[in-house]
Ligand binder design. Structure first.
Ligand code: NAD
Length: 257
């Protein structure tokens, strides 16, 4: 097993990438804290992990709220004694997120609050806990849209993910000597609720699919496998990196630097 005796906190753990990662990390021996703003589904995830013989608890928290982030870390240390892996994965993509003219200020602020401030607050309270554990791994979920303009605009979302990417690099440099690694996971377009709700017509789905060399949406399970590598000691010399798991979309469109 690749995460034996490790304690992992996963935000957005009730659904999609977070849920798949919670289940996979638990199968690999981790004690998992499933954090989500939706409490009932996160309790269901924790229960199904325990039913399968794993260790997990659920914590209801809104990552855009400072008190909630402090509490999720406190609860982790209280129940499992330490924190080794912090997966800041919770994110939203709101339906009216569009171009600059059409995106409302409310959507802009809400998206930045969850997707960017949420990662900042996770780190604010998580880093001291990782330090107490003697080091650890932070994984921040960014997105391929931080690198290339999307055909279907989602300005607030894209800006938030660009911020996650830049913040991850800087955190990696700051904390490298403390044995705290920080990497960003940048998924390509996935077949999860988040994107399917946003690309809510066949035309919009096709417009996105046409850009993906593999010709299909990725699966949350495939992101969980990548997160597992970043969480485990197998990636021990990797920090400040962006792990692109995107079906080739950026390779097809981004000019080499
Ligand atoms: P998802 O909607 O299935 O899961 C996101 C989870 O985050 C949900 O359970 C939701 O309840 C939770 N959440 C939302 N707001 C929260 C808050 N304020 N506090 C705590 N939890 C909150 O989506 P997913 O596709 O699994 O997305 C996970 C991450 O991957 C997100 O950061 C998303 O931006 C990113 N991502 C997704 C795609 C994609 O195509 N689906 C592509 C690139 C990046």
């Amino acid at each position: 097993m690749r995460l034996t005796n490790k304690v992992a906190l996963i935000t957005g753990g009730a659904s999609g990438i977070g849920k798949e990662s919670a289940e996979l990390f638990a199968r690999e021996g981790a004690n998992v804290v499933v954090v989500d703003v939706h409490e009932e589904p996160s309790r269901n995830v924790a229960e199904s992990i325990r039913a399968a013989g794993g260790q997990a608890i659920a914590v209801g928290a809104d990552v855009s709220r400072s008190d909630d982030c402090r509490r999720m870390v406190e609860e982790t240390e209280r129940r499992f004694g330490r924190l080794d892996i912090l997966f800041n994965n919770a994110g939203i993509m709101l339906g009216d997120d569009d171009d600059a003219e059409r995106t409302s200020e409310a959507t802009w602020h809400k998206t930045l609050a969850v997707n960017l401030t949420g990662v900042f607050l996770g780190c604010k309270y998580g880093i001291p806990a990782l330090r107490r554990a003697g080091g650890g791994s932070i994984i921040n979920t960014a997105s391929f849209v931080a690198r290339l303009g999307a055909a279907t605009p989602q300005l607030a979302y894209t800006a938030s993910k660009g911020g996650v990417l830049a913040m991850s690099r800087e955190l990696a440099v700051i904390h490298a000597r403390e044995r705290i690694r920080v990497n960003a996971l940048s998924p390509g377009p996935l077949h999860t609720e988040l994107l399917m709700k946003f690309l809510n017509t066949d035309e919009k789905k096709q417009r996105r699919l046409v850009h993906i060399p593999m010709g299909r949406f990725g699966l949350a399970r495939e992101m969980a496998q990548a997160a597992l590598f970043l969480a485990s000691d197998e990636s021990s010399f990797m920090t400040g990196a962006e792990f692109l798991v995107d079906g080739g979309i950026t390779a097809a469109y981004v000019t080499p630097e």
